[in-house]
Design a protein. Sequence first.
Length: 571
Amino acid sequence: MALSNALFAGLSGLNVNQVKLNVVGNNIANVNTVAFKGTRVLFKPQFYVTDSGGTQPTADFGGTNPSQRGLGAVVAGLDRNLTPGSIESTGRPTDLAIDGEGYFIVKSNEQKFTRDGSFSLNATDQLVTGSGEFVQGFGVDGNFNVINGQLGSITIPRGSLTTAEATTTVGLQGNLNTGGLVAGGASVLTTQLLTTVGGAAAPTQATLLTNVAGTDASGTPLFAVGDTYTLDGKKGISSSELRQGSFTVGAGSTLGDLMTFYQNTLGVNASVPDDGNAGTPTAGVTVETDSADPNSVRMVVTGNLGAENALALQEDAFRSGVYCPFTFAEDATRSDPTGESTRRRVTAYDSLGNAVELNITAVFESKANEGNLWRFYVESPDATVGNRGVATGTLLFDGQGQLMSSTGTDITIPRDDTGAITPLSIELDFRQTNGFSDQKSELPQLDVNGSAIGTLTSFSIGANGIITGNFSNNVHRTLGQVAIATFSNAQGLVDRGGNMFMQGPNSGPAVIGAAGSLGAGKIQSGALELSNVDLSEEFVNLIIASTGFSASSRVISMSDRLIQELLNTSR
């Protein structure tokens, strides 16, 4: 009976050491497997046979210990080594490693967990594992804000995702020379004399264009329904060209409509408050009756103050083909566009990334003991409705050249019928502008946010799993966030093979969140976690397991010999 027990004890030794050899062999085979976790085998004695339970000591007897015989060994458990492996840089942005606790979440037909971050982008720009499971994370809303709690597949559409950013601020930095000449004059341009067809009365703003004629004897109307005219003008000391405007004569078009067109196209801002000085011209487009002929008028264009607001219209500035109904000339007695000023062109962007031109002109308006006052004008030929002179405001500097206050710095530019959000709202920031004298007036440096349309060209993944897209217009946007799952007992996860695990009965539920939070480790992009198998330790375990296997086999062979001896005694 005892010999058969020895046989089975030896057999149990073979079994447990065979399991240990299998585990060691698996560890060694996966020494180069990404994020592989080695396993160790724990043995325990099989149940014991009790020959004597032992006795208690008495006054006359010292007592005896129990007498028990073991019946071999069994596997107590397989203990996975969850120590993180070393992290190796790969340079691939889709390779991810977790520095600390946690698992990536992937999904195909079921949710799984893995430490293997050797991901890539598939044909539809989704982040997937090498075996095709979708990497899970949090998406973003229309404003590129992460939507926490809504787990889903991660998409990084390089080359197809586009974005644009509307301009919200324009920062101007420079100097406005308060030692210059205060502006007191403006451009005054007049047409030839105009009358009505038949010459019965002087034209007014309400007169139909088809009834406006020159003062020659023919009395021929200057305009016909359906004619389309273009207006070219120049502005400023450098006579920079203004963007062309177009006007089509309709059956109900009046002289007032044409005057409004001139004012809008030339960007003349007629909303400037009257300074009370009788000698200061009022900006706008008007009609003036000729002193010598009460039945004739001139159309008069008066610009805004300052040299950089000077207007220039050539004789053929307003034309339809080669026909020019008007001949403009500068009124030498009244036109005086002088005064310290500077002009700056800025490119802003609407919500669709369309370029929006801004021309900002600053003019020295007045000086006083309480401060030096400058007025700025903002024109935009890309204003789709109304006047191109979209705004005006003031800048008040103290005696030390520092900006004391400003008005009208919040401007709006109509973008109707462009598909973009309208109006485009922009804040002008003059806080870095000085008002020193004897320095040239200029606004050379500026900080304009917003951008034109750009295409996603690259991306990066941060330590918190945030995926940041880099666009061709130098805009950076959040595209999503890789999620991390942690467990109260990661040893309880069920290994499904292929470096994949599933939630087990003893693992506890997955706690899903961002990397670096809720006990989860941080993510390293462009790197992979290596296997944590220690080869030297595994070789020692290999020797121990093989020695134990050999020794158990000797127990079986020796028991067999003794049984044979016992059988031979009967011969």
